[in-house]
Design a protein around this ligand. Structure first.
Ligand SMILES: Cc1ncc(COP(=O)(O)O)c(C=O)c1O
Length: 341
């Protein structure tokens, strides 16, 4: 039964599964020396322009943690939103691998703004204090909102002013691109992002993410960092084949547009109920809403989703490439009956 818990609850898109099956043929060189991997690195370079170093990893935590490892030293700090996945949902992997301190910046709808980040860039040069080196943002944010290219540029300008790097956690980068209706590079490298985690799992892949580094100097040691970080997949072609299916026929876009549209429908349906309040702008495939407390548990039993903020009774409902209008109607009908009861 489909639910709204997360976009990683959904299975694998059939076109991706077919690509995995097609790749399961004969022998192929391991560790990324196969032909599929070479082709897909070419696809990423076409999308993002050169220079662009591309490294595949297993998961988002690995992409973020190792991407940050490439651009920090252990006396540095990483500035990110208080809701950032790296801060609240990756255990202490970023701290363990980078040795850095993560410093949270208060956000507005999950987005950090330059004024708030600027306040955390202090005591530079003071050996007693963690030295800020990276601003990390999530696109979409953990609250389902999207940074415009100009908002990314403003953070990049601040980063450059202070000699910091700009990192982007793009676990939902396709939903962001579909929402903004611009190319990937417009709000990443062209907006000043230095290191990007490009997500695949939340948009129909079985597993696999990519770390993109736009400055070859920063990518210099990444091969070692990835191996040391246990994210070098020996049968790499099975990650690459998935990305090839995702990128080559605009599957990324079809999936993301669908998930985003479903979120709009869901939000419109929820909004009709008095007592239900949409709390965050619905820019991508996530809907955040406050529900009357007594309906949350029984509704979860029917169609699961997560409570995001217990104090506020705020829930998160994520749509995916395979969410259907029937799924939404089922949830809305159940909600209606609980509210009427
Ligand atoms: C914003 C964000 N970044 C990264 C990830 C990737 O996490 P994982 O390590 O589970 O692939 C997620 C998954 O929930 C996420 O929501």
């Amino acid at each position: 039964m489909r639910c709204f818990a997360s976009d990683n609850y959904s299975g694998v898109h059939p076109e991706i599964m077919e690509a995995i099956v097609r790749a399961n043929h004969e022998h192929a060189p391991s560790y990324g020396n196969d032909e599929i991997t070479k082709r897909v690195i070419g696809l990423f370079k076409d999308l993002f322009g050169e220079p662009c170093e591309v490294f595949f990893v297993y998961n988002g935590t690995g992409a973020n943690t190792l991407g940050l490892s490439a651009i920090t030293r252990s006396f540095n700090s990483v500035l990110c939103s208080e809701w950032a996945h790296i801060h609240v949902d990756e255990s202490t992997a970023p701290e363990l691998f980078t040795g850095c301190k993560l410093i949270s910046v208060p956000s507005v709808h999950g987005k950090i703004l330059p004024e708030a980040v600027r306040e955390k860039i202090h005591r530079i040069g003071d050996p007693h204090h963690p030295q800020a080196k990276v601003i990390s943002i999530s696109q979409l944010t953990e609250y389902g909102t999207v940074y415009t290219p100009d908002e990314v540029k403003a953070l990049s300008a601040l980063a450059k002013e202070h000699g910091l790097w700009l990192h982007m956690d793009g676990a939902r980068i396709s939903n962001a691109a579909a929402s903004l209706n611009v190319s990937f590079r417009t709000f990443t490298r062209d907006a000043g992002v230095d290191v990007l985690s490009f997500g695949g799992t939340k948009n129909g892949m079985m597993f696999g993410e990519a770390v993109l580094i736009f400055n070859p100097e920063l990518a210099r040691y990444f091969h070692f960092i990835r191996k040391q970080g246990m994210q070098l997949h020996s049968k790499m072609r099975f990650i690459s084949a998935q990305f090839e299916a995702l990128l080559s026929k605009d599957l990324w876009k079809r999936n993301a547009i669908h998930a985003n549209n479903m979120a709009q429908k869901l939000a419109a349906g929820l909004q009709q109920f008095p007592g239900v309040k949409i709390t965050q702008p619905v820019d991508g495939n996530g809907v955040f809403a406050v529900l009357p407390q007594h309906v949350i548990q029984p509704l979860q039993q029917e169609v699961f989703f997560y409570v995001w903020n217990e104090k506020l009774n705020e829930v998160r409902m994520m749509c995916s490439f395979d969410t259907t209008e029937e799924d939404i109607n089922r949830l809305l009908q159940k909600l209606q009956s609980l509210l009427n009861a």
